[in-house]
Design a binder for this molecule. Structure first.
Ligand SMILES: O=P(O)(O)OC[C@H]1O[C@](O)(CO)[C@@H](O)[C@@H]1O
Length: 534
């Protein structure tokens, strides 16, 4: 492996000031040859500096992926620091059997899925009602993986909504729940407490506030609560009837959990059949991931492009730019999926990682981002690989002209990043305006675009439950591949623990209790905030 990394680094050095445009000039078939398709989804990665030799080396780098992938699907305990299997894929494949510790886990998965379908159907048709009648509003209370996936998907699949309104509360900031509860009727609201552990302080604090809010009107608020958790003893302590508790096992990681019970709010919003289409999209990507050769395997190639840009070229961040307003929450969802999974400095075997971990992920939907941070992407001193996403068709037939413009903008941005605008062109533009040197030169230099900035474009026919399932599974597997190649365990998240522990120790400071165990700055800030509270 070290040899391949060295050869890749050497190849990059040898490329010198290669322009991506030169790769297109040399190979008229490049756009097709550096595109990959999977069940109607197409990834074009031709606008990168990866040439045939780099591609071959990168594919060699992916050699360890197949064995680890097969171990994951077979239910082996590949999450070694938590001693757990990693089987979120079982939640989207209802057929067959999957053995964990000698037990087939699929009958229970199917049973829970059937119970979710039944409950969602009853909420939607009114046979499960609140004290005041048919449920009009559902609040999902959760955080991280118990919030970001369903919140992203509910927004993405708005055209499929035909159920009650669905709201999401995650932040422990009381503003979140206060704003959400405003205008809702407790008698027709269903609260879903989504927490794998059922101990997360933000979620349990918000859930208690929601229960108090309901108790002002209803004598038995717990009757309008449901729970999604692997800690079923704790849900019982909360008084939530077992009929409305949907469990899952520890082999489903929080950020990989929207396919099962954590997706209940999505199922209620779009209906069980559309939810099954979402699962079908994920399953289609699983099958592609398991069967396509590495050089045509979309998750493997997407991961390799990322490795080329971050670990080989040294670009520190990656922008995710969906040209779809309904995918507005996708960058936030991917931030948890990618950065909580691969933001690690220790390898699986306990040694220090010798390569950089996964990159910073950020983004906003186009075209909004164009009028905000694209300035830096085009002309800043950092190179930021961009991941564009676009659907061929929109959902608003009467507004086809909007979609035409949306597509044009998406393609124009990746073209502008590739081509740039040389000084000669910028000078010609200034000359047309009647400027002469030295002012012409000064003005022209501000209008130069260096270009040669890499991007990929993911194209889908339309944003549907199926394509969304494909995209989420694509990114899950991309993270998996990156982790396997870097030697990272992508399924634990020890880095979130210290802050949680310290928050519990800091809280007493805010009540004025002395505590010697804090640094002077923290003590100073706590005192300042107390003074400001008056
Ligand atoms: O579902 P839970 O147990 O409330 O956890 C919520 C989130 O907290 C984390 O454990 C850490 O932030 C995430 O991995 C998880 O998705």
């Amino acid at each position: 492996m070290t040899d391949i990394w060295n050869r890749l680094a050497e190849h990059r050095r040898a490329q010198g000031d290669l322009r991506i445009q030169a790769l297109f000039d040399a190979d008229p078939n490049r756009a097709a040859a550096f595109s990959t398709q999977a069940d109607g989804l197409v990834l074009d990665w031709s606008k990168t500096a990866i040439d045939a030799a780099a591609r071959a080396l990168l594919v060699d780098l992916a050699a360890p992926v197949a064995a680890r992938r097969d171990a994951m699907f077979a239910g082996e305990r590949i999450n070694e620091t938590e001693d757990r299997a990693v089987l979120h894929t079982a939640l989207r494949n209802m057929d067959g059997s999957v053995m964990v510790d000698g037990r087939d886990v699929m009958p229970e998965v199917r049973d829970t899925h059937a119970r979710m379908r039944d409950f969602a159907t009853r909420v939607r048709d009114g046979s499960f009602a609140g004290k005041g009648g048919k449920i009009t509003d559902v609040i999902n209370i959760g955080i991280g993986g118990s919030d970001l996936g369903p919140a992203m998907a509910v927004r993405a699949l708005q055209p499929c909504h035909d159920g009650p309104r669905v709201h999401f509360v995650s932040n422990v900031d009381g503003a979140d729940i206060a704003d959400t509860l405003q205008g809702l009727d407790p008698a027709t609201t269903l609260v879903i407490v989504a927490s794998k552990t059922f101990t997360t302080i933000e979620t349990m604090t918000n859930a208690a506030t929601a229960r108090d809010w309901m108790a002002q009107t209803l004598t038995t608020p717990a009757a309008q609560f449901a729970a999604l958790s692997s800690a079923q003893g704790k849900t019982a302590q909360w008084g939530i009837d077992a009929d409305r508790v949907f469990g899952f096992e520890d082999w489903v990681g929080g950020r990989y959990s929207m396919w099962g019970p954590i997706g209940l709010s999505l199922m209620i919003a779009i209906g069980p059949d559309d939810f099954d289409q979402f699962l079908a999209g994920g399953l289609a990507m699983d099958r592609h991931f398991r069967s396509a050769p590495a050089d045509r395997n979309m998750p493997i190639l997407l991961a390799l492009v990322g490795i080329w840009h971050h670990q080989i070229c040294g670009y520190g961040t990656r922008a995710v730019l969906p040209y779809d307003n309904r995918l507005a929450r996708l960058p936030a969802y991917l931030q948890q999926l990618e950065m909580e999974s691969n933001g690690k400095r220790v390898a699986m075997d306990g040694s220090d990682l010798t390569l950089p971990s996964g990159p910073v992920i950020w983004g906003e939907p186009g075209t909004n981002g164009q009028h905000a941070f694209y300035q830096l992407i085009h002309q800043g001193t950092s190179i930021i690989p961009c991941e564009f996403m676009i659907a061929a068709r929109g959902h608003e037939p009467d507004l086809a002209h909007h979609h035409r413009l949306l597509i044009a903008n998406c393609l124009a941005q990746s073209e502008a990043l590739l081509r740039g605008r040389p000084l000669s062109e910028a000078r010609a533009l200034m000359a047309e305006k009647g400027l002469t040197d030295p002012e012409l030169d000064r003005q022209a230099r501000h209008r130069v675009f260096p270009g040669n900035r890499p991007s990929t474009t993911l194209v889908m026919p339309e944003l549907t439950p199926f394509t969304l399932g494909q995209i989420v599974a694509l990114y899950e597997h991309r993270v998996f591949v990156e982790g396997a190649i870097l030697g990272i365990n992508s399924f634990d998240q020890w880095g979130v623990e210290l802050g949680k522990e310290l928050a519990l120790k800091v809280a007493p400071l805010l009540d004025g209790e002395p505590s010697p165990d804090h640094d002077p700055s923290t003590l100073h800030l706590a005192q300042l905030l107390r003074q400001m509270q008056g």
